[in-house]
Design a binder for this molecule. Structure first.
Ligand SMILES: *Cc1c(COP(=O)(O)O)cnc(C)c1O
Length: 661
């Protein structure tokens, strides 16, 4: 990859196409993001009548209104696009195979429960009669309020207590399409008991624990070790208790869930085949199963599909739809049984793309070296002298013309020398033989030597470099301090090594010359982005531009719309970010309009969440100040101003704000 960048460097014709390749936009953007000729990252238009949205321009606009990074941009147009893409894919295959039944998406709200997001998904899915899925009491309560239409499905997964089951049955009595999915037998017994009590026949389904094992990170969602779902023998027990009475209830839905991010379409097909067999046999026993619910797991490509890319998805949405409809149809046809109404609980695939986290680079830090004008002085220590001679040697190598071929073996030797001498300097220091200034000088010389070597080998294909030199990329990367918290905004990057594509929002028409690691504001060494999408795989640094004092430099962290919004953690009391909903619109001069701005958490809110109360803290601060005023340490007027500043801090954002007066 380095070699690619360097080749282009010599050609000096950097273009936005090069940037698009470098950041692998086509691998993960699914057509939703692009780069404009002005070098800004953009949201692609969802139909031909509107132009792409310049993300950097939106951020500048918001800054002018006092809304500063970090912030979360939501693009509802993308949610619409995803809902449509998924539903049209199923409709197309249903049409093509003349599948005699139908398909409905039920959106699992745990993926992103934010009210605005759920409402936008529902709105986008209106013409497809999109339904909802919930997995807890709070989610059930939220979802029940959104069943305006009697035909909107609500599938209730997860463990359910009597409060939940009662609400579900009462909704059924109102003709709402609410179906509890039994996770364990106790729930079934409770459901029948409540049904009798309320004198209504229950409608229910069950999550069946298939023998097909899950795949990927969430493999334990299915198979023998799964904590969810009932066994086939338990399913038969349930049916026995429903069948003789008939009026006790109807078994309407078969469900399985292989786990999120199904990477391999073959695993999905095996599971669909197995559940289809169960379906067919139940129908043959006279059980009128209506729905077959294939759960979630439709994957999102966060990186390219390279050999070794752990999280790559080997299929498209269309192939996913084809696989499900095709397999169910085949099994049903063989048995001569009418095929079921298909449901999928696709969450990640609907919401991941719509949110872009915007963070600002606040500073760049790198190991300091010696100035070009630095020279050895007579009283420098021998170890410094040795490092100096290594540096001069490397500088000589740099100026000798070898037809562009760097002397790799000599450079490795110089690298080893520098390394050894630095170690020696550290040991001498520990034993008390080297003064602090000399140790600092030794370290600076070490970094200057490494940078000089790096300058010579950057144009070499990394696969042809000796391993010590190939590591220079990572050794020499700078730390770009960014105003955000990994734990609040991209928790999965820390928790499960989820990769999120990161792209500068500007200057993409300019070749990036720096290598950086993005670090966050938390006091935690894990608070950083440690892997990045790159051509031919992943790398431990991002290619970035040099920061300039006269302009802001923003990064977009993409595909953060699934799970991250809700799993965020308040490490160091960094709170929720301001959220902004941006719609494309050609009637507007800038080609977009901002509909909703939801403010982020204030210091006061974050403190209250851990039981520090404003009045108490301010009273305490006042007492401290008064004591100092009484002691004569502080003038009364300064004391008043200090207290005032302390009070104002409660209303501030929890993040660093450089524009604050
Ligand atoms: C988490 C979950 C989903 C959503 O999975 P995605 O991979 O986001 O599509 C669907 N159904 C159940 C039962 C789940 O637990």
């Amino acid at each position: 990859m380095e070699s690619h960048v360097a080749d282009v460097a010599t050609a000096s014709d950097w273009s936005v196409e090069e940037a698009s390749y470098l950041y692998q936009m086509s691998a993960w953007s699914d057509g939703y993001f692009s780069i404009l000729p002005n070098g800004h990252a953009a949201v692609e238009a969802q139909d031909d009548t509107v132009a792409a949205i310049d993300i950097r321009a939106v951020v500048d606009d918001l800054r002018a209104q006092g809304i500063t990074a970090p912030l979360l941009l939501r693009f509802p147009d993308i949610l619409y696009g995803r809902v449509k893409q998924l539903n049209e894919a199923f409709l197309a295959t249903i049409d093509e195979l003349a599948y005699p039944s139908s398909y409905t998406t039920v959106y699992p709200i745990k993926v992103n429960q934010l009210h605005q997001v759920v409402e936008e998904v529902l709105e986008a899915g209106k013409s497809y009669n999109l339904g909802l899925e919930c997995g807890s009491k709070a989610e059930l309560v939220a979802a029940l309020g959104h069943l305006e239409s009697d035909s909107r499905l609500l599938i209730c997964n997860g463990y359910k207590d009597a409060t939940m089951l009662r609400l579900i049955l009462e909704a059924q009595a109102l003709d709402k399409q609410v179906i509890p999915v039994v996770e364990e037998l106790g729930e079934f017994e409770e459901l029948l008991r409540l049904g009798k009590e309320l004198d209504v026949p229950v409608r229910l389904g069950a999550r069946v624990n298939l023998t097909t094992a899950g795949v990927g990170k969430w493999a334990a969602s299915c198979g023998d070790a799964s904590k969810f779902g009932i066994e086939i023998s338990e399913l038969l027990y349930m049916l026995d208790h429903l069948e003789p009475e008939g009026k006790a209830g109807r078994f309407e839905l078969l469900h399985f869930h292989l786990g999120s991010q199904i990477s391999d379409i073959h695993a999905l097909k095996r599971a669909v085949r197995e559940i289809s067999r169960v379906y067919v046999q139940l129908r043959q026993r006279g059980v009128e199963v209506r729905y077959l619910d294939v759960g979630g797991g439709l994957g999102v490509n966060y990186e390219g599909n390279f050999p070794g890319a752990e999280q790559a998805i080997n299929y498209t949405i269309q192939e996913y739809a084809n696989a499900i409809v095709g397999v169910v149809q085949e099994v049903c046809d063989q048995a001569g049984v009418a095929p079921p109404w298909l449901l999928s609980e696709s969450g990640r695939a609907l919401t991941a793309h719509h949110a872009v986290l915007v963070v600002e680079a606040l500073s760049a830090q790198q190991h300091s070296g010696v100035d070009a004008s630095w020279t050895l002085s007579a009283d420098d220590h021998r170890v410094v002298e040795d490092l100096e001679s290594t540096l001069r040697w490397v500088e000589d190598l740099a100026t000798t013309d070898r037809n562009g071929v760097p002397p790799l073996m000599q450079l490795v030797e110089a690298f080893h020398d520098a390394h050894e001498k630095r170690e020696e300097a550290n040991q001498l220091f520990s034993m008390g033989y080297l003064p602090l200034e000399q140790r600092a000088l030794a370290t600076q010389l070490y970094w200057t030597i490494l940078r000089t070597i790096d300058g010579l080998v950057r144009s070499v294909d990394p696969t042809e470099l000796p391993s010590d030199l190939a590591e220079l990329d990572d050794k020499l990367k700078e730390r770009y301090l960014c105003g955000f918290s990994v734990f609040q905004s991209i928790l999965d990057h820390w928790a499960i090594d989820q990769l999120f594509p990161v792209v500068p929002l500007q200057r993409l028409d300019e070749q990036p010359t720096r290598r950086a690691e993005l670090v966050d504001l938390t006091c935690d060494s894990d608070g950083k982005i440690s892997t990045y999408v790159a051509p031919e795989g992943r790398q431990a640094h991002l290619d970035v531009h040099e920061l300039t004092p006269d302009d802001h430099y923003y990064f977009g962290i993409f595909l953060t719309g699934a799970y991250q919004d809700i799993m965020g953690d308040v490490h160091n009391l960094f709170g929720r970010l301001p959220e902004v909903h941006v719609y494309a619109d050609d009637e507007e001069p800038e080609g977009y309009y901002v509909e909703k701005i939801i403010p982020g958490n204030t210091v006061e809110e974050m403190l209250a969440s851990v039981q520090y109360f404003t009045r108490d803290l301010q009273r305490r601060m006042k007492a401290i100040i008064r004591e100092k005023v009484d002691e004569g340490k502080l003038r009364p007027k300064d004391g008043v101003e200090l207290l005032d500043r302390y009070r104002r801090a409660f209303e501030k954002s929890t993040y660093v704000n450089r524009t604050d007066p």
